[in-house]
Ligand binder design. Structure first.
Ligand SMILES: [Zn+2]
Length: 465
């Protein structure tokens, strides 16, 4: 008995090694961008790599709100039409009953995780993006000010360049970034010129300037952030810090200090006179700010979202321009959880699905001036979310642990980044394990980041063990 057990376990170790070496081979194959000469090339007469069929497409930028097929080729959106034949693609997935949207964009995220700085957002308060993004349909996050011009390049090397998620960055106006109060309140380290210079060195990666957590009564961080944003032609996002209504009122911030196109985050926090105390709707500052073209963002985080503001303000029509999470260790398991939970929460208090999707796709892309993202235009990068709108009994909470009940919840079924499936909750793309491999299986590398069902033999694999 013992003998046979041992024998069996030896065998399972051996098969485990085979799986591992196959995994290593596939990692090797897929670490490279684009088709490589050694990989098998699909027949030239097959027009597309992947088609998502029969899904309800919600593409705010292109005003699409109907059942459509979406075809992808070479990592780009190739065609969106009422019917595209399955035989035109290497792979077709029937997503009937699901919503197909551009990959979601979360413009308030904290990703500069490193063990160096205890209890700071340029340290262990941050979280690794890939653990929180694809599983919520998110393909792009914007790190909101964890790094400043002094430590951005370290952040870029350690996190931005190593993440599968597209990580864009808002530079903190504080050169040292979010290293804690001692640094973040140091006016001497708020240098608009130096910040702009670093932003201009990395266009398309640095997409904004952040000011946050400032405790003092001065306007210095806002003024320097606007200098940096103006020089680099990117927006400023404001977390307005400690409330100083006499020396720096919200009204002045939104009507004088910020430029149209700048972003006010934590819009439903109630910490800085966002709400009119009489009507309970938006304050005069909010109303005037929106008229001027200031964008309003949820950034719900750990302590920045209250139903006592959000419910009456949404009822009043003051809905967000963008839905973001402000995810970090203090919000990932609390009321915020992830992007789709925040969206479902906003729907539970009055937003339509269409509005919520726009606020996670075309709107945030526009706010950060990355118009190539957040849409399904032909030629755009094929970042796609396939979402299920579940029916049931759900509860959503806020920063004071108040609850709203809802009967709908968004769940990500499939997430596609750059034309390849990076998340597939229920294996919709996979074949049954005992099915005969599909004729196109050798070309699976063209539509999925997961291991192909038919191993691809390459000469370089022979000397790998
Ligand atoms: Zn934040």
């Amino acid at each position: 008995m013992i003998h046979s057990l041992r024998k069996r376990s030896t065998r399972s170790i051996a098969s485990c090694c085979a799986v591992l070496s196959l995994a290593a081979a596939s990692v090797h194959a897929f670490a490279q961008e684009g088709p490589r000469p050694r990989l098998p090339q699909p027949p030239a007469n097959i027009a597309y790599d992947l088609i998502l069929q029969n899904g309800h497409v919600l593409d705010d930028k292109n005003h699409v709100d109907s059942v459509m097929d979406v075809a992808i080729k070479d990592g780009k959106i190739a065609k969106v039409a009422p019917h595209i034949a399955a035989s035109d693609a290497l792979k077709a997935i029937d997503v009937k009953g699901l919503y197909v949207t551009p990959g979601l964009i979360d413009i308030h995220f904290h990703a500069f995780i490193n063990p160096g700085e205890r209890n700071s957002y340029a340290g262990d308060n941050s979280i690794p993006p890939d653990g929180f993004t694809f599983r919520a349909g998110v393909t792009t996050v914007v790190d909101a000010g964890c790094s400043g011009w002094r430590n951005f390049e370290d952040f870029k090397d350690k996190i931005v360049d190593r993440s599968k998620t597209r990580v864009l960055v808002m530079l903190n106006i504080v050169g040292a970034g979010m290293r804690g109060g001692k640094y973040e309140n140091n006016q001497a380290d708020m240098d608009g010129e130096a910040t702009a210079k670093m932003a201009l060195k990395y266009p398309g990666v640095v997409v904004g300037i952040k000011t946050a957590h400032y405790a003092g009564p001065e306007w210095t961080p806002v003024e320097q952030a606007v200098i940096a944003g103006t020089k680099a032609n990117i927006p400023v996002m404001v977390d307005f810090g400690e409330n100083h209504p006499e020396s720096r009122p919200l009204y002045d911030l939104l009507t004088k200090k910020l430029r149209p196109g700048d972003i006010y985050t934590h819009m439903y926090s109630g910490l800085r006179n966002e709400q009119d105390p009489v009507t309970l709707g938006p304050s005069k500052a909010f109303i005037e700010g929106r008229k001027r073209g200031i964008f309003f963002d949820t950034g719900t985080g750990g302590g920045s979202f209250k139903f006592s503001l959000a419910v009456p303000m949404v009822k009043d029509g003051f809905i967000p321009d963008s839905i973001s999470t402000d995810l970090h260790i203090g919000s990932m398991n609390g009321a915020t959880k992830d992007e789709l939970n925040v969206a479902s929460k906003m729907m539970a208090i009055g937003l339509s699905l269409k509005e919520a999707v726009a606020e996670m796709t075309s709107h945030p892309a526009h706010e950060i001036k990355q118009e190539g993202l957040g849409n399904l235009s032909v030629g755009s990068v094929a970042d796609v979310a396939v979402l299920r709108l579940e029916d049931g009994h759900f509860g959503f909470t806020d920063m004071v642990n108040g609850r709203v009940d809802g009967n709908k919840k968004l769940v990500a079924e499939i997430t596609i980044k750059g034309g390849k499936i990076v998340y597939d909750l229920n294996g919709m793309e996979a074949e049954k394990w005992d099915a005969k491999p599909d004729a196109n299986a050798p070309y699976a590398y063209r539509w999925t980041s997961f291991a192909p069902r038919v191993p691809v033999q390459r000469p370089s694999d022979n000397d790998r063990h």
